[in-house]
Design a binder for this molecule. Structure first.
Ligand SMILES: [Zn+2]
Length: 257
């Protein structure tokens, strides 16, 4: 990922955010916000292609054009088919009902890594073209990303229903990613042990593994009630250092003890 591309992406995101804020202020609503994002997506797609070409010029061996072709001809149709399929699968597994379907956009992620994103302002999954899509099991990898991002979508719908603002604190971020991982890994991913770093040097593993470790026993008791407790009483930093006590309080609350 070139520094220049990151800078351009940052500017575009700032423009989009500014536009979304303005549209919301003037009440033009969701459709207008979509139009802005779609225009930005076309720009980002071209920029992403340029960044791939610059990688190629720096001596990377992958056939980058092939990756882009694969993306357009196979990944996009696969994702379009996978989203309703996985939603149905999750509705059955978790005994939930999605109130509506999310949108999907195929644009580069700002970090240039292989992962997808969920944009809560427009209820949209963002799936970037990635080098991982050339792996033999790319369909499985994409399904895993979609499972996680749908977890964010469900979390967002529930927070909306509870009238809660977007997550801000570390504790809220951990619940967010924990819920995403819960939707991806399911109720019984094993074996699994985890402990929060004592030196407060927090890594992505702490957010994802730690998040999953934290929310799993609570959501296993009752997904809706558990998520409501987590969202209304997010863990403080001291709760993250003592997850067992927080989990006990949450479970007692849900079970009405
Ligand atoms: Zn996530």
């Amino acid at each position: 990922m070139s520094g220049n591309f990151s800078k351009i992406y940052k500017q575009v995101i700032e423009t989009i955010t500014g536009e979304l804020v303005n549209k919301a202020k003037f009440g033009a609503g969701r459709l207008a916000a979509y139009m802005v994002l779609i225009a930005a997506a076309a720009f980002l797609r071209a920029e992403y292609k340029n960044s791939l070409i610059s990688l190629e010029n720096r001596g990377r061996n992958e056939n980058l054009q092939q990756i882009l072709n694969l993306h357009r001809q196979q990944v996009e149709p696969h994702v379009t088919e996978a989203i309703p399929r996985i939603m149905k699968e999750q509705e059955k597994y978790f005994r939930i009902k999605y109130a509506r379907s999310p949108g999907v956009l195929f644009i580069a992620s700002h970090t240039g890594d292989d992962s997808g994103m969920y944009a809560p302002d427009i209820d949209t999954l963002i799936i970037p073209p990635t080098e991982a899509t050339t792996a033999p099991d790319w369909k499985h990898q994409l399904d895993e990303i979609i499972r996680h991002e749908l977890g964010h979508f469900w979390d967002d719908l529930r927070r909306e229903k509870l009238g809660l603002p977007p997550p801000k604190t570390l504790g809220e971020k951990i619940i967010l990613e924990g819920t995403g991982e819960y939707f991806r890994r399911g109720r019984f991913a094993q074996p699994f042990t985890y402990s929060w770093p004592q030196n407060d040097n927090i890594t992505p593993e702490d957010i994802y593994d730690g998040g999953y470790f934290l929310v799993r026993p609570i959501l296993n008791v009752d997904l809706i009630e558990g998520h409501q407790y987590l969202s209304r009483n997010p863990p403080a930093e001291e709760d993250l250092r003592n997850m067992r006590a927080y989990q006990r309080r949450a479970k007692d609350h849900i079970l009405g003890k």
